[in-house]
Write a protein that binds this ligand. Structure first.
Ligand code: BDR
Ligand code: CA
Length: 332
């Protein structure tokens, strides 16, 4: 976190801020995830890497830079990563996030530069250079992370935990059984779920309850700052897309919930399960097969989020945006 304004977003217990790397594909909910990671005093955001997913690689990288610019995070390292999944054609989510990947309001032209380095190299270098193990939070397809583990397996020693948004036990959004991030690059997801790294899966079963509704949009508008003034219409657009697509009159902040849980696991309840990723299904490719009754006898490889505290989650989001509003107003 940078800036002079004292931020109330600390987790009781104190201690040094946790080093985080956010790998994302902004995306409306990725944008909120970025904002929480930037605003939280107890997170040391080492950088943001981008991947193709909600939109093409060029657009998601551009959106990350625009979001950093909007919130005045001018020195945040941002590195662009893989342009397509490991073995498949890219599928985007323009029907949810629009043709820019962040439709619904005008974001500023980016004044935050993109690193010359590829995201996978940036992740490798930054993780290895960190004095403390890093929490990795992927909120897009897992292509960059799979490439990182393949290219530099020694980073495993320096990864505290991977807390990813993706998959589901019972929910789905892109096919009857698959969640978007896993479906777009199932081979990459398989590599991550079989990596043996400590893993938390924040899937659709919980993220479809991380909802911002009409009253929340009004509250955001009432904050009246330069960041909330842009975030409110963006989230209204996002909610509109979900209404058309799913009859849901709300914005599910999937990715922000992953950051919130990575930051403070006490806001969620998790269970240890074995999770397998279907890569060869005739109808089921991209499904996360969660062995809730341990019928396979396989050792659990993930902590799966099953519940969370919605009021605490909403407070985290409002505190983050209010902080960024105040800081951006001070900057002007
Ligand atoms: C996930 O897919 C994307 O559209 C969102 O940003 C989120 O990461 C939800 O399935
Ligand atoms: Ca995302």
């Amino acid at each position: 976190m940078s800036g002079n304004i004292v931020n109330a977003m600390t987790v009781s217990g104190g201690g040094e801020p946790k080093p985080f790397l956010l790998d994302c594909d902004p995306g409306h909910d990725d944008m909120i995830a970025m904002m929480v990671a930037i605003a939280a005093a107890d997170i040391e955001l080492l950088g943001v890497t981008t991947v193709a997913g909600n939109q093409t690689g060029d657009k998601t990288a551009m959106n990350a830079r625009r979001v950093a610019t909007l919130v005045g995070e001018h020195t945040l390292p941002i590195a662009k990563g893989c342009e397509r999944p490991l073995y498949r054609e890219l599928r985007t989510a323009a029907h949810i996030h629009g043709s820019s990947g962040l439709d619904g309001a005008a974001l500023p032209e980016p004044s935050v530069a993109l690193r010359a380095e590829h995201a996978v190299d940036f992740l490798e270098r930054t993780t290895l250079a960190s004095s403390r193990p890093v929490t990795l939070v992927p909120t897009g397809p897992l292509t960059n992370i799979a490439m990182l583990l393949r290219k530099a397996p020694e980073v495993r020693e320096k990864i505290e935990r991977v807390v990813l948004m993706g998959g589901a036990m019972h929910e789905s959004n892109v096919t009857p059984v698959a969640e978007f991030n896993i479906f777009v690059d199932p081979e990459a997801a398989d590599a991550v779920f079989t990596s043996g790294l400590p893993l938390t899966m924040v899937g659709l079963d919980v993220t479809y309850r991380a909802l911002f509704e009409e009253g929340d949009f009004v509250r955001l508008e009432q904050l009246g700052g330069p960041v909330s003034a842009v975030v409110a219409p963006l989230l209204r657009f996002f909610a509109g897309a979900y209404e058309k697509r799913r009859g849901l009159r709300a914005a599910p902040l999937h990715d922000a919930l992953a950051v919130a849980i990575a930051r403070d696991p006490s806001i969620a309840e998790t269970r240890s399960f074995h999770v397998a990723v279907e890569t060869q299904g005739r109808y089921t490719t991209g499904q996360t097969v969660v062995d809730t009754h341990n019928v396979t006898g396989n050792r659990p490889n993930a902590e799966v989020a099953v519940e969370f505290d919605l009021p605490r989650f909403k407070k985290i989001i409002f505190d983050a945006i209010a902080f960024l509003d105040a800081r951006a107003s001070g900057d002007r």
